[in-house]
Write a protein that binds this ligand. Sequence first.
Ligand code: CTP
Length: 203
Amino acid sequence: AIDPVRFIMNHSSGKQGHAIAAELARLGADVTLVSGPVALPDPPGVAVVRVENAREMLAACRAALPADVAVCAAAVADWRPKETPLQKIKKEAGAPPPAIRLVENPDILRTLAADGPQRPRLVVGFAAETEQVVAHAAAKLRRKNCDWILANDVAPGSGTFGGDRNAVTLLRRDSAPEPWPPGSKQEVARRLAGLIAEELGRG
Ligand code: CTP
């Protein structure tokens, strides 16, 4: 929130995260979906926790632990306005536009993936990139200590951010990037849920 009537958002729809929650539940997982403000119905068979901002999302994710797997698909705001006035910011005649000072939000994926007794066995992130998609995603995988990351091309014209289709490349630690055929967000979710089930079955 910038003030009680204005806010900062991005083009993400939440469709990919909701589809993953639905597919994991379909495979029999006990799923908690922590969702930001999206215009989507709750997927069937999933416990849904609705949040408004990054700090609430982190608190809700922590409250959902312990978990075998964490999948972080939310396009979390990296920054938030430092102050949120209680009243609407008014235009003053002749005054310059107000400056909005930003401070950093917590990184939820990084927090959940940090080594510790509560770390899920498998932590999966997404990387939204507009250039050098795989290289940037590989750096993110290491920086955030996750096990898998789905590199997502969100360059203008790709149609993925907010749309119904997705084109991703799966990166796992120490193995070659696996580009997946472009498909619907549901197809991407189904493939990911299948791999997660396989991985958990292995151990
Ligand atoms: N993420 C998160 N908390 C944040 C920011 C991002 O949990 N405050 C997670 C996203 O859910 C995603 C991953 O981190 O799984 C990468 O998010 P992305 O927006 O691609 O990258 P950033 O970390 O924001 O880095 P940059 O903006 O520099 O690309």
